[in-house]
Structure formats: structure tokens, C-alpha cells
Design a binder for this molecule. Structure first.
Ligand code: AHM
Ligand code: MG
Length: 335
């Protein structure tokens, strides 16, 4: 991957002009995320070596038990973004409320807010399965120089200026979009540099993989049950293959490369599913659409939902366009 291969740093500089309001601020912000990603990657990779595994004894705001690496990843991302004074606010899946950043420089005009899921799929950490970080960036709505408000975070996904994820997998990758396609960068751990390895990533129009926690089948709406049966039927290119890692970033990444659909529907026990609109679904939806795929709540476009709460959950169907449309057609029949 050396030689003429572009580094992420070079790519950011070369593409700065693409941003509508380019002042270099968004580039700096993505650079900060790149740095935090390397720090968290280092921690994730040494997880098996030192005794930092296991629940930290705390629960996050959703009442789920938190593991030490979640806490660590949360701290590292927030610290990096705070220290560099390049955002005016941060909201994290691991924090109950948003954080307003008051710069020491009174004239600061920082206009971006960042929403992160610092370590998604963290129940996979102690079994050495890939996890990821998800991020989403918006321009604030309130005037620069004033403290951010909740409204700055409760924006529909269509307002995102950038979104991406870091996958801590067999290799570590940073995949992101600023609304001009999706590009993937692979970390060379020996020298700590991300290289452009997957330019212009595209979801195949259709695929043969469906990813859903089928253990919840009994609780799913009839439309989802029918779609799952459709996936399993012997006809044409079906039955499809079932692949579910239980780590959204990893399931999404595989489906984007191979073609597939990821589903976390609502159920009779979780009326809005499990995934969070702001930290998980909107950024993945932005990436999916930028890669020619689609993201839906089963009935309509994820990115057009007007959020009402920071930690709001939403049913999620995401992946190859034709597969998501097919799932939507089954949902519509049972409405
Ligand atoms: P988390 O934010 O607590 O890690 O939960 C999100 C994860 C996703 O990565 C994954 O797709 C899903 O939860 C798996 O949930 P389940 O175990 O219910 O299938
Ligand atoms: Mg999560």
C-alpha cells in the first residue's frame, strides 16, 4: 500500500475544496477523529493482553452494562475533540447529556457538533470480535460563539456534513463521507498511517446476505417475518445467506462490500428496535446513500426523521438498495 497510495492526511487536504463552506475547519475535525481513532485502535488491540476487559461496573444511560473499553474510547474521543478546540459541542451514546465546549479563545467561531458512538458492538470485545466507532457531524443551527443547545443536535440526518466509522477488525479501517461518495482507508499499524485502500465504495445494487438477530423472530412484525421467509425461499438467486456478527459496523462493512441488508426491526419487546437514530442509524444511512445503498425505518427514509430526543431509537433497515426496497414492500403489505 505504499508508493503512490494516498494517505488519509493527503486525501483530506486535496478534498478540502469540496466542502461548501470550506475554511479548513471540517478538515481539522476529521484529522482529530483520525488521531482519536489511532489511539482507540491501540487500546482495542491490546485489550487481550492486559487486564482491562470486563464490565467497568457502571451502566450507560440506557441502563446497559458498560465495558471498560467503551469508557476509554468515549474519553479518548471527547478529550481529543475538546483539546483541539475544533467543535462547539459533542453528544455521545455513552453520555446522558450533550457537552458544550467553551473555547479558551473568546473569538472562537467553531460551527460543528459531533455525535459519536465511541465503541459500538462492545459486547463483542471480550470474544475478540470486531467492533467499531461511529461518528456524525453537523453544522450548528444556533449562532457561533454562543453555547450550543439541544436543537443543534436534534437535526435530521439529511443535514449531516460528514459521517463515518472506524472498524477495528482484522485490519483497522476508517471509512467516511463528506457527501461526495464514500472512501475507505486502511491503517498501516507499523507506521500509524491510514492509506486510501477503498476509493469510492459502492453497495452492490442487490446482494445475497441478510443480517438480523433471528433469535428475536417471534417478536418481529409480520412484514419482517415475511421478508425473512422470502430470503430463505428457494427461488431465483435465493435462498440468501444469513450473516450476523452483532456488531453494526462490521455487518454494515461486509454488506457494503459484498451486497446485503442489515435489519434491526421493532419488535413486540422493543417498540422502536434497539439502535439509536443519532449515533448509529443516521451516520450509517448517510454512508449507505452515498455508496448507492438505502436506509429506512421500514416505511420511509431514515435521514428525514426529525429527532426529538438525543438517545432516540428507531427500527433500521439498511444496505443494498433493491433489498431494502423489497423489505419495505413486505412492511407496507402489513401496515
Ligand atoms: P451497542 O451500542 O450497545 O453496542 O448496541 C448496538 C449493537 C449493534 O452493533 C449490533 O448490530 C446490535 O447492537 C446487536 O444487538 P443484538 O445483540 O440485540 O442483536
Ligand atoms: Mg452503539
Amino acid at each position: 500500500m505504499q508508493g503512490k497510495t494516498k494517505t488519509l492526511g493527503e486525501f483530506i487536504i486535496e478534498n478540502q475544496a469540496e466542502f461548501q463552506y470550506s475554511t479548513g475547519e471540517l478538515s481539522k475535525l476529521i484529522n482529530a477523529i483520525r488521531l482519536a481513532a489511532k489511539v482507540v485502535n491501540h487500546e482495542v488491540n491490546k485489550a487481550g493482553l492486559i487486564d482491562i476487559l470486563g464490565a467497568a461496573g457502571e451502566t450507560n444511560v440506557q441502563g446497559e452494562s458498560q465495558q471498560k473499553l467503551d469508557v476509554l474510547a468515549n474519553e479518548k474521543f471527547i478529550q481529543t475533540l475538546k483539546n483541539r478546540e475544533i467543535v462547539c459541542g459533542i453528544a455521545s451514546e455513552e453520555e446522558e447529556d450533550y457537552i458544550s465546549i467553551n473555547s479558551l479563545d473568546e473569538n472562537h467561531q467553531n460551527k460543528y457538533v459531533v455525535l459519536i458512538d465511541p465503541l459500538d458492538g462492545s459486547s463483542n470485545i471480550d470474544v475478540n470480535v470486531s467492533v467499531g466507532t461511529i461518528f456524525s457531524i453537523y453544522r450548528r443551527l444556533t449562532p457561533s460563539g454562543t453555547p450550543v443547545t439541544l436543537d443543534d443536535f436534534l437535526q435530521p440526518g439529511v443535514n449531516q456534513v460528514a459521517a463515518g466509522y472506524i472498524i477495528y477488525g482484522t485490519s483497522t479501517m476508517l471509512v467516511y463521507t463528506t457527501g461526495h461518495g464514500v472512501n475507505g482507508f486502511t491503517l498501516n499499524p507499523a507506521i500509524g498511517t491510514f492509506y486510501l485502500s477503498h476509493p469510492n465504495m459502492q453497495f452492490p445494487e442487490t446482494g445475497k446476505i441478510y443480517s438480523v438477530n433471528e433469535g428475536n423472530y417471534i417478536h418481529f412484525p409480520q412484514g419482517v417475518k415475511d421478508y425473512i421467509k422470502y430470503c430463505q425461499m428457494e427461488e431465483g438467486d435465493r435462498p440468501y445467506t444469513s450473516r450476523y456478527i452483532g456488531s453494526l459496523v462490521s455487518d454494515f462493512h461486509r454488506n457494503m462490500i459484498k451486497g446485503g441488508i442489515y435489519m434491526y426491526p421493532k419488535s413486540s419487546v422493543n417498540s422502536n428496535g434497539k439502535l439509536r437514530l443519532l449515533y448509529e442509524c443516521n451516520p450509517m444511512a448517510f454512508l449507505a446513500e452515498q455508496a448507492g445503498g438505502k436506509a429506512s425505518d421500514g416505511y420511509g427514509r431514515i435521514m428525514e426523521i426529525q429527532p426529538t430526543e438525543l438517545h432516540q431509537r428507531v427500527p433500521f433497515f439498511c444496505g443494498s438498495r433493491k433489498m431494502v426496497e423489497k423489505a419495505e414492500s413486505f412492511m407496507a403489505r402489513q401496515r
